[in-house]
Design a protein around this ligand. Structure first.
Ligand code: HEC
Ligand code: CA
Ligand code: CA
Ligand code: CA
Ligand code: CA
Length: 510
């Protein structure tokens, strides 16, 4: 009881502190004379990069600015904490995301809004024509999978050790499929599985998100399970906020495997590692903010200690490197993007063959406050030009790009790309899966799939399932989620049980 009161007292103080800080902010900055643009640069760069008016059309700035008004403590008639459970409201308040007092006066806010509304375009510039050809490499099929109901696949993951395919869904099921897509093993978990990490040949870790929806509840967990039956469980970490990715690695150099967990969250969340010591895990926070999508544990500077590369997709988007300095981690921001960029997935590999790691990025998340096809969404290649400094070398516009896989699919010696889209352009649904065939010299042939219209492609993976020496592609459909898609489109996504799409690579003749 005493502890609760203490928390409450801290909470009140921090609110007062915020209010003080903001009112003194108004006094020191003379907003009266500032232009709309200066106001925007002043007040809209506090939590993320500045968003230029050109990034959205007039129609879509309105709902975004209404939302951001709440982040500046303005009274809009909307309670940002409405519908939140007590625990969520507490954490969100503590994060200071919605100041209890206005940070600027209404009249100043109006000037800022006028700036966005007058500078924003009525429509986006036309994306240059993208010639698209048909797929000739892959045989397309929907293996029958009796999962019950319409597709809500939360994970597909190829197991290179077993040469089998894992599939998980919103109904907490995890399946392991054989080469002919018959079920080898099926098991019910506590929450939807979104990522697996192999511990050894006998055990694996299952990351369970808790809620797929945007909430801040601590309903996520990581469990260890045996690979044979998938049913002997041990809870390793609990009360996580929407964890999406777990990596195993020795981060403190004591030869015991530690865990690195991306708790994506929503308004709150974190990237943390958990050091293992005699059966217990202790938590160390790397980033006390939501939005981490994926990580790569690697030794970036070659000093023998493992470092962490992380991809962020919420508000402060980008890629950071956390350099390990005797178990303390120092962040270096490698790439930084504005909050409309919509980072979703990355691949870290040597794309151009000059012996350093490059970054292939898919950005197309459209699930927040502005559901419109954005000309800057797509896939980008960031080349490592030395010392982990990156330059954007290539951009392929793709509406709502969600996942990217990079490999030499046609076996001609260069790396090709496959992209899946959860927020496709309704006018080009057949492009919600694209095979980008590398023609050398940063030229890609864009190839579409007619069957792509049949699902909403949230997840993907690749692997040589039929063991013929080439890489096959697996895509999972998730026929729910935000977006303005017509009933006729969603009814196609939901009408048949097309959970899984198999693109069998035909480059190697059997
Ligand atoms: C107190 C922190 C804060 C301030 C100040 C702030 N933002 Fe944001 N902004 C966020 C967060 C957090 C998000 C992520 C989306 C959300 O709110 O859930 C975001 C998202 C956005 C997005 C992306 C919306 C989408 O549809 O994906 C835009 C655009 C944006 N902000 C613009 C602005 C502008 C313009 C201002 C100034 C008027 C501003 N922000 C001020 C915290 C802030
Ligand atoms: Ca290192
Ligand atoms: Ca390289
Ligand atoms: Ca190739
Ligand atoms: Ca194959």
């Amino acid at each position: 009881m005493g502890l609760r009161y203490l928390f409450y007292a801290i909470l009140i103080c921090s609110n007062v502190w915020l209010a003080c800080q903001s009112s003194s902010g108004i006094k020191t900055i003379d907003t009266a004379e500032m232009s709309g643009e200066d106001l925007a640069r002043q007040f809209c760069s506090r939590c993320h990069l500045f968003t230029d008016p050109s990034l959205l059309t007039k129609k879509y700035w309105k709902p975004v600015l209404d939302r951001m008004a709440l982040h500046l403590g303005l009274e809009t008639g909307v309670d940002p904490l409405k519908g939140k459970i007590l625990e969520e409201a507490f954490m969100i308040r503590q994060a200071g995301l919605f100041p209890p007092e206005p940070v600027l006066a209404d009249s100043i806010w109006e000037r800022l809004v006028d700036y966005y509304m007058s500078e924003a375009p009525d429509s986006f510039p036309q994306v240059p024509f993208q010639e698209t050809q048909s797929n000739e490499l892959f045989e397309e099929s929907f293996p029958p999978l009796d999962l019950g109901g319409f597709p809500v696949v939360t994970m597909v993951q190829f197991d290179t050790q077993r040469n089998q395919l894992y599939v998980a869904d919103l109904n907490n099921q995890l399946l392991r499929l054989n080469r002919d897509f018959s079920i080898d093993q099926i098991s019910a978990f506590l929450a939807p599985v979104v990522h697996l990490s192999m511990v050894d040949s006998l055990r694996l870790l299952a990351t369970q998100i808790g809620f797929m929806d945007n909430v801040d509840q601590k309903a996520g967990l990581v469990e260890m399970t045996d690979q044979a039956s998938l049913s002997q469980r041990a809870r390793i970490l609990i009360e996580l906020i929407r964890p999406v990715f777990t990596e195993i690695g020795d981060l403190d150099g004591d030869r015991n495997p530690d865990l690195l967990v991306s708790s994506f969250g929503n308004l709150v969340g974190d990237l943390s590692w958990y050091s293992y010591n005699q059966g217990n895990y202790s938590r160390h926070i790397l980033r006390d903010k939501p939005g981490t999508l994926q990580t790569r544990i690697l030794d970036a500077n070659g000093d023998g200690a493992m470092d962490v590369l992380a991809l962020f997709g919420q508000a402060e988007e980008g890629v950071s490197l956390y350099t390990n300095m005797n178990g303390e981690f120092q962040e270096r921001k490698l790439l930084q993007f504005h909050p409309l960029y919509g980072c979703s997935d990355f691949e870290v590999l040597d794309f151009d063959g000059d012996q350093d790691l490059d970054i292939i990025l898919a950005n197309g998340d459209n699930g927040d406050y502005s559901f419109v096809v954005k000309p800057y969404h797509g896939v980008r290649i960031f080349e490592n030009v030395g010392g982990l400094n990156f330059e954007e070398k290539f951009f392929i516009p793709i509406a709502g790009a969600t996942g990217v896989e990079c490999a030499d699919f046609d076996l001609d010696g260069d790396l090709d790309l496959v992209v899946n889209c959860f927020y496709p352009d309704v006018h080009h649904l057949e492009e919600s899966i694209l095979y980008l065939e590398n023609l050398h010299n940063m030229k890609f042939l864009r190839r579409k799939f007619n069957v792509a219209t049949q699902g909403r492609w949230l997840v993907s993976d690749i692997g040589d399932l039929d063991e013929d020496g080439d890489l096959d592609i697996f895509l999972g459909s998730f026929a729910l989620g935000p977006g303005e898609f017509s009933d006729s489109i969603t009814s196609v996504w939901r009408s048949q049980e097309k959970h899984l799409l198999y693109l069998e690579n035909k480059i190697v003749d059997r």
